[in-house]
Design a protein around this ligand. Structure first.
Ligand SMILES: [Zn+2]
Length: 274
């Protein structure tokens, strides 16, 4: 009798340990997933253009920017830009999904657009491990782009997740973005975020009308708009949305330019009294 009870207690203990073990394993999985979740590049990263928001009479400029390509949508987008005679900037990657499309960067340049750097791998855990890891990734991106363009023209950069992202702190510490921004400037390069977001690559797969609504909402009252869009497969509706986006900015009296042209164009429009 006594031994039976002992055996029962023993079995209960084993069951309790098993349940506890399973619960801890589940918790570990959840924490891991949360920790390594890739954040969407949707929210506007900083207020670097805030000053441009209230300048009555200043010329209105818009830079359409396409991130994470080249990809399946790059050519259809180029065709629309060509037809509309609108320049744009492409912040490119060199992930396996991009590789078949990399020769398109030559066409992008030939059609008068700007190619700029985003990241080779776009993996936050990898690129933000250290400043060295980041520049190694950029070196790899430039190596893969070299056959198609002049590397001397590649002087603009957009940090994956934006320049004020906090996801990088997990991997490279709290100071990493400040260090990377300073090092970009030391190289004589430029970095730029965005202040208008189409939210075209989010999991909710917005349709063309929703993308335009997102843009109109962010662009309201901004003199200089840097619009974030994507030319990747996940952003399937961006091609549909683009003619409407261009039309809306035109109606509002905006001038289109690449990010490299922005400052110069602003100066020349201002002196022309536009
Ligand atoms: Zn990106």
């Amino acid at each position: 009798m006594r031994w039976d009870r002992c055996g029962e207690i023993q079995r209960q203990k084993v069951r309790a340990y098993l349940v506890l073990g399973l619960l801890s394993a589940a918790l570990a999985v959840v924490l891991h997933l949360l920790y390594h979740r890739q954040t969407w590049e949707t929210s506007i990263p900083n207020d670097c253009f805030a000053a441009a928001a209230v300048e009555p009479g200043a010329p209105r400029l818009v830079c359409l920017t396409f991130d994470d390509g080249p990809g399946v949508n790059t050519e259809p987008l180029l065709a629309i830009l060509e037809e509309e005679k609108v320049p744009a900037t492409f912040f490119v990657c060199a992930q396996p999904v991009n590789r078949p499309y990399l020769p398109l960067v030559r066409t992008i340049v030939q059609q008068g657009h700007q190619v700029a750097m985003h990241s080779a791998s776009h993996q936050y855990a990898q690129i933000y491990q250290s400043t060295d890891a980041f520049w190694q990734d950029i070196k790899e991106l430039r190596r893969q782009l070299e056959p198609y363009l002049s590397l001397g023209d590649l002087t603009w950069l957009r940090f994956p997740g934006g320049s004020t992202n906090t996801v990088s702190h997990r991997y490279g510490g709290r100071r990493i973005m400040e260090e990377l921004k300073a090092q970009t400037e030391e190289k004589g390069w430029h970095w730029i975020d965005w202040n208008v977001c189409g939210e075209d690559a989010t999991a909710s797969h917005p349709d063309a009308e929703q993308i335009l609504r997102n843009i109109r909402q962010d662009a309201a009252d901004k003199t200089v708009c840097v619009v974030l869009l994507h030319d990747t497969k996940t952003a399937g509706q961006t091609v549909e949305a683009l003619p409407g986006i261009i039309g809306w900015f035109r109606e509002q009296g905006y001038h289109f330019c690449t990010v490299a042209q922005m400052e110069q164009l602003q100066g020349s429009l201002q002196s022309a009294g536009e």
